[in-house]
Ligand binder design. Structure first.
Ligand code: NAP
Length: 293
């Protein structure tokens, strides 16, 4: 069993750290910026907490993080009280934040300078995936470090893959978000059209979900989208952060993403409707009469 640290006990990090301790059996020390959450976690899961990322990371073989964005990640790694300064040579930092490929490469270089390893390892599967320990993890970085970390990551994952060098995990997550953005808008329009045509939406979905239009979003979200319920996970504010990262990267690599750029603006409309914390399926709220939602 390894000595591990987990930084950031949010919606995702809290259960992921729990699986490292319970399912993985690893000696787990956590850090959360708001210490009260770390105290609650320790009371529920055992282990211990540090008051800074450095205090939590000291002596750990693997240091995990799941914080908000690029700047938050810099703060817990190379900022004041950051983990890197306290980690022993050879230790591996595994970052589950959805961040840019640029910050992954920057921190991988900073880790190398200190004799550490940095893996960018964003996740897919949402809150339910984290709680059930069934996340998909897309990793970029050094292969030897990956092979050491993989069995530990499996404590909360059902699928883990090394996608390439530093940044490749984040780039893969961008592909995931591009695929979701257009699909959710298409599904929103499909449901809105079925309603406008006075069709029985349940019957329609029951049939077409067995054909070529089938998708995870259709199977799992049509009903709540139809009912105008948007409290099922990944928030619109987070999606806009992710699409911002995607569109920045596309400027660099020349990929053309007209639909993704448009859907990003549609999510801005949802924010303007007060939907910052609604889940991403709320795109339908823009195009469905209010009395129906
Ligand atoms: P969350 O519930 O808002 O939690 C964020 C965590 O990061 C909290 O523990 C927060 O500490 C900590 N944090 C933020 N900024 C920090 C800073 N500057 N220094 C130290 N700690 C900081 O977010 P989440 O839903 O767990 O998401 C975390 C990451 O996973 C995001 O990058 C998100 O895009 C990604 N993700 C989320 C989902 C999802 O379904 N939620 C799915 C896939 C990927 P405090 O408690 O003190 O605020």
């Amino acid at each position: 069993m390894a000595k591990v640290a987990f930084l950031g006990l949010g919606v995702m990090g809290y259960p992921m750290a729990g699986h490292l301790a319970a399912r993985g059996g690893h000696e787990t020390r956590v850090f959360n910026r708001t210490t009260a959450k770390a105290e609650v976690w320790v009371a529920a899961n055992g282990g211990s907490f540090g008051r800074t990322p450095a205090e939590a990371a000291e002596g750990a073989d693997f240091v995990f993080a799941c914080v908000g964005n690029d700047d938050d990640l810099r703060q817990v790694t190379i900022g004041e009280g950051g983990a890197f300064a306290a980690m022993a040579p050879g230790a591996v930092f595994i970052d589950h934040t959805t961040a840019s490929a640029a910050v992954a490469r920057e921190l991988a270089a900073a880790a190398t300078e200190r004799g550490l390893f940095f893996l960018d390892a964003p996740v897919s599967g949402g809150q339910a995936g984290a709680e059930n320990g069934a996340l998909t993890v897309m990793v970029g970085g050094d292969e030897a470090a990956y092979l050491r970390a993989e069995p530990v990551i499996r404590s909360f994952a059902k699928m883990v893959g090394l996608m390439g060098p530093s940044g490749a995990g984040q780039l893969t997550k961008m592909v995931n978000q591009i695929a979701i953005a257009g699909l959710v808008q298409g599904l929103s329009e499909a449901i809105a059209f079925a309603k406008a045509a006075d069709l029985d939406v349940e019957k329609v979905i029951g049939v077409i979900s067995k054909g070529a239009a089938q998708s995870w979003q259709m199977e799992n979200r049509w009903k709540t989208m139809d009912a105008g319920e948007f409290a099922f996970g990944f928030a619109v504010d987070w999606m806009r952060k992710d699409l911002g990262i995607v569109l920045d990267e596309a400027k660099r690599n020349g990929a053309r993403l007209p639909v993704t750029a448009l859907v990003d603006q549609f999510y801005a409309d949802v924010q303007a409707m007060g939907g910052n914390r609604w889940d991403t399926s709320s795109l339908i709220a823009r195009i469905t009469p209010k009395s129906d939602t």
